[in-house]
Design a protein. Structure first.
Length: 144
């Protein structure tokens, strides 16, 4: 039995590329990004209201969060799959052919205009937030 469980666990780990992040991890990412970027309190208060002004600190804050989640990296850009899986949660498998996938994809671009990474994430992230994806909102503005 123990061996069976261990084998199943290994199988699960090696086949699932993206690991859904917990609420504790959200909080940790948020705190790390706030510290890294020295985000001032007035901006944090705006984030709590889901207001993300178009300034470089906010752009880089959203990028920092997205990188820590595994939603974005500077080489490959956004991962629609990872964002989707995080939204549906660990208990379900994201169906990458469904409407939610299309909704996420519609906010993502390949940065044809060549903006810096912070601006690039800001464009995508604010679109996802505007489209009312509740979990994206919670992920970026998690408060306790
Ligand atoms: C943010 O501001 C810059 C400079 O004004 C502008 O080019 C860009 O389109 C804005 N981004 C968004 C998502 O509104």
């Amino acid at each position: 039995m123990k061996i069976f469980v261990a084998v199943c666990f290994l199988f699960a780990v090696s086949t699932s590329a993206y690991v859904v992040k917990s609420r504790d991890e959200h909080l940790q990412f948020r705190n790390e990004c706030i510290a890294e970027l020295k985000v001032p309190t007035d901006l944090l208060n705006q984030y709590k209201q889901f207001q993300y002004p178009n300034d470089s600190t906010t752009q880089c804050y959203l990028k920092c969060i997205f990188v820590k989640f595994g939603f974005f990296d500077t080489t490959n850009g956004f991962s629609v799959e990872n964002i989707h899986q995080q939204l549906v949660g660990a208990a379900a498998e994201a169906n990458h052919g469904d409407d939610l996938h299309t909704k996420i994809s519609s906010c993502i671009d390949k940065n044809e205009q060549g903006s810096n990474a912070c601006e690039w994430v800001y464009r995508g992230a604010t679109c996802l937030i505007k489209n009312n994806l509740p979990l994206v909102q919670r992920s970026v503005a998690t408060q306790t």
